[in-house]
Design a protein around this ligand. Structure first.
Ligand code: ADE
Length: 254
């Protein structure tokens, strides 16, 4: 029996284009206005789809990947804003935990993030976020131990060229682009997020429902502060390629 395909999601064309000729397309099917490309990425059966931005788009395409293609795992490759002051533009984070930072309860102007589908007053739970399968993450990080990405340009690195870090940790997701140091620091301090983006934890929530593994790979296009909208535009091309290269390096072990 042939193996089930992998489902690979990107949010925007700049993220998808880095797979280039490594993805050999066999066919295209349009469902709910999304184009699903069946083919092989570095020889591995993959369904590739551009979801557009945000949690709802991500949840819809993940559901369609499961219902129409019965994928064995759901992958995401793209960019994020950095939250951890130890990280810089171009560094890559593989999500070991995904949290929807904008879901929760607001009391006296303060949002307390809570688990999607629950509220402390109605359906209490001790769980926050979605954990990636720990053995999967361990296997991926072992595979990447010797892997080196191309150096980050001096402009993106803020001075001197440098080798990007590849690490794993908590990624936060919300339906907002973060361009504010106060919010950035709060997200990092309250939820221990290393990076913030707009799709990953929605994919994780749907993958959790279907009981399939997910792998969210994000390279930092900006540092989620006041300069992030400009940095995002300036460094998107350079940085989105890092996540795609990391994904291609591990696709054979998934
Ligand atoms: N994706 C890339 N940069 C981001 C940011 N600063 N906030 C949310 N999503 C992002």
């Amino acid at each position: 029996m042939s193996q089930k395909p992998l489902g690979l999601i990107c949010a925007i064309p700049n993220e998808i284009q880095h797979f280039g000729s490594a993805f050999i397309k066999n066919s295209e099917q349009v469902i709910a206005g999304f184009s699903f490309y069946s083919g092989k990425l570095d020889g591995v059966e993959t369904i590739l789809v551009e979801a557009g931005m945000g949690k709802v788009n991500a949840a819809v395409v993940t559901t369609l990947l499961m219902e129409h293609y019965n994928c064995r795992a759901i992958l995401f490759s793209g960019v994020a804003g950095g939250l951890d002051p130890e990280l810089g533009v171009g560094d890559v984070i593989i999500g070991s935990k995904l949290i929807q930072h904008d879901y929760g309860m607001t009391v006296q102007e303060k949002l307390t993030t809570y688990q999607p589908g629950h509220l402390p007053i109605h359906m209490p739970t001790g769980k926050l976020g979605y954990d990636a399968e720990p053995t999967f993450i361990e296997k991926i990080m072992n595979e990447l131990a010797e892997f080196k990405l191309p150096e980050i340009s001096a402009e993106a690195a803020g001075g001197h060229k440098r080798q990007p870090i590849i690490t794993s940790g908590t990624i936060l997701t919300g339906d907002q682009f973060v361009g504010c140091t106060v919010v950035r620091d709060k997200l990092h301090n309250d939820l221990s997020g290393m990076a913030v983006e707009m799709e990953g934890a929605a994919i994780a929530q749907v993958a959790d429902r279907y009981q399939v593994p997910f792998v969210i790979i994000r390279s930092l296009s900006d540092l989620a502060g006041e300069e992030s909208t400009m940095d995002f535009v300036k460094f998107l091309e350079e940085t989105a390629g890092g996540a795609a290269l990391v994904l291609r390096r591990i696709i054979n072990i998934l």
